[in-house]
Each structure stands twice: as structure tokens, then as C-alpha cells.
Write a protein that binds this ligand. Structure first.
Ligand SMILES: [Zn+2]
Length: 235
């Protein structure tokens, strides 16, 4: 088997950590990790995340009423997302010839974008309990300003979600909600981990409306990287 490139290896790392790769793919990835420091670092991060979440999952289950409330909010988020899926289906109905032409046009820039060093157009920021949210929001604002068209998603879990709860303020007493709303208006998405709400017994109504709920913060980070080609940045 030929050696994996970084672009081929990266999407496999999450599945490898989750134990979902077959033997051949695992061996190929292990060979790549042995000689690539950057991918090894990524693997280390995801493995530590997995361990941290595993520890969180063994905590006591949330009360039934709270679990139901979180479930309702998650279903509402899915309902809201539905019109986009319908639009995607409509696109599938476009005649094949047009699609082939469009694909030929689209392929070159995508290939370039994937290979361009530092040319990440899509980024997922990971926010947890070790993150200073005021600094994180400032860094994100700078990044958005210096990279027009950047697609950015902030995924918060564990105690990292606190700045996305109603009434949260920084150490100078300034509300976080104002800065979150400003970034959201510039296309930055904020997603809060539902597992964290359940584990910490936080009512989902306390999450500010600008933020969306996802079932699992860690799974969302993995999904964005593996399925949607997002680059990962820990804040
Ligand atoms: Zn690599």
C-alpha cells in the first residue's frame, strides 16, 4: 500500500481514535503517524479529548425532565435546519450535464485549497474549561477580520460553555452576549454540547439564543473535521 499523505490521514484520525477503522486503514494511519509530527499532535489531542469525554459520560445521568428538555431543544434545532436540506435535495435534481460541468470547474480550486499551506477556509474552534473566553472571542474577531469569507464554528463543552449562558459577563463586568451576537452577525456559528448540559444539570433555556445545541461537542468537532473538511483550532 502506498503511504498516506496528510490530507488523506487527517480525516481518519477521529475514526481511528473511536476504534472505527479497519485493520488495513489503521496500519496505514499508524505508519503515517510514526513519521508525521503534525498528524501525531492531532491524534494526541483527539485521544485526550476522547478520554476526557469518556470520564464525563460515566458521571451520573441527568434527571429525566432535564434530559427531555435537552431533547426538545435538539429536535427544535434539527427542525430549523430542515429548509437547508430541502434546498440541497433540489440541487440534486439539476441535470447531470450541468453538474458534470460544474464539478469540472469546482474541482481545481478545491484541490488547491486543500493543499495550500495555511489556506484553511473553514475552521472549528474548540473551547473548553481551560479557555479564557474573552481572549478567545478577541482572537476569533481578529481571525474573521483578516480572513474574509472564513467559515468559523465555535464548539464549546465542559466548563467552556459558561460564556454562552444567559447573563454571563467577563471579569470587567461586560456581557459576553454582545460580542457573541456581533461575531454571529459576521457568520461565526456557536454550538454548545448537549452532553455537558445533561452532565452539569444546566437547563437548556439558559443557553443564549445565538448559540445552537448539538448532542455532543466532541462528536461535532470530529464530524466537522472528518465530514466537512474543517481545520481544527484549540483556543
Ligand atoms: Zn501528516
Amino acid at each position: 500500500m502506498t503511504a498516506l499523505t496528510c490530507a488523506q490521514a487527517r480525516p481518519l484520525v477521529q475514526a481511528y481514535v473511536d476504534g472505527e477503522l479497519d485493520t488495513a486503514a489503521s496500519l496505514a494511519l499508524e505508519r503515517h503517524l510514526a513519521r508525521c509530527e503534525a498528524c501525531r499532535a492531532e491524534h494526541g489531542t483527539l485521544r485526550r479529548l476522547r478520554a476526557a469525554v469518556g470520564a464525563g459520560l460515566t458521571a451520573e445521568p441527568a434527571p429525566a425532565a432535564l434530559r427531555r428538555a435537552i431533547g426538545r431543544r435538539l429536535r427544535a434545532e434539527r427542525e430549523r435546519a430542515r429548509p437547508w436540506r430541502l434546498r440541497t435535495r433540489a440541487l440534486v435534481a439539476v441535470p447531470a450535464a450541468i453538474l458534470v460541468a460544474a464539478a469540472a470547474l469546482a474541482l481545481a480550486p478545491i484541490a488547491y485549497e486543500r493543499l495550500a499551506p495555511g489556506g484553511a477556509e473553514k475552521i472549528v474552534y474548540h473551547v473548553n474549561e481551560t479557555t479564557d473566553p474573552a481572549t478567545a472571542l478577541r482572537n476569533i474577531a481578529n481571525h474573521v477580520q483578516s480572513a474574509p469569507g472564513l467559515k468559523a464554528v465555535v464548539v464549546a463543552h465542559n466548563n467552556g460553555i459558561d460564556f454562552l449562558l444567559a447573563g454571563a459577563r467577563d471579569k470587567d463586568g461586560e456581557p459576553f452576549a454582545v460580542r457573541v451576537a456581533a461575531l454571529k452577525s459576521q457568520g461565526v456559528d456557536f454550538r454548545v454540547c448537549g452532553n455537558t448540559l445533561a452532565r452539569r444539570e444546566i437547563d437548556p433555556r439558559r443557553v443564549i439564543p445565538a448559540a445552537k445545541l448539538v448532542p455532543s461537542g466532541v462528536a461535532e468537532i470530529g464530524r466537522l473535521q472528518a465530514k466537512e473538511g474543517y481545520a481544527y483550532m484549540r483556543l
